[in-house]
Design a protein around this ligand. Sequence first.
Ligand code: SF4
Ligand code: SF4
Ligand code: SF4
Length: 157
Amino acid sequence: MVSRRQFLRGNFKSSQTPQRPPWALAEALFISACSRCGDCVPVCPTRIIVIVRGFPEVDFKRGECTFCGACAAACKDYALLDSETQIWPWAIKAQVASNCLPNRGVECRVCGDHCPVAAIRFSPRLGGPPQANVDPAVCNGCGACVAPCPVAAISVV
Ligand code: SF4
Ligand code: SF4
Ligand code: SF4
């Protein structure tokens, strides 16, 4: 069930929907509101906003979102709602794919070392190195774990 707030805010999206910058309106409303000015791109301190087919998207392979709010503040079309509303910007969470190194018997905790909120726990198990597990209740979808993973096993969706 998607609440009206989730619908308007874009906190509910299908996996096919591009990842818009934080605080984006729901996809259809975003496409309608965004004038493709590109003003959100240069203000991002971590340079994760890129233009794809005219519209801005977040690319976590380039870095993380610090939730600084600069992109929302730069958007004069109100396609990104003001971060000062204190509404959480998105509902995306990190997911670890099966090619994660510990699944192949190789010790690795790189993602956990980069997570700013300690959302990735390493569960001990018999016969192999500890497995990476994301706690969805803690993960804020910042994407800081994506780029450092040596085998590109993490997506944030
Ligand atoms: S909140 Fe800040 S770090 Fe995150 S995408 Fe916007 S400008 Fe970049
Ligand atoms: S950094 Fe990548 S390979 Fe290493 S534990 Fe995390 S998800 Fe697995
Ligand atoms: S997306 Fe951010 S908060 Fe979530 S597990 Fe990765 S680094 Fe941690």
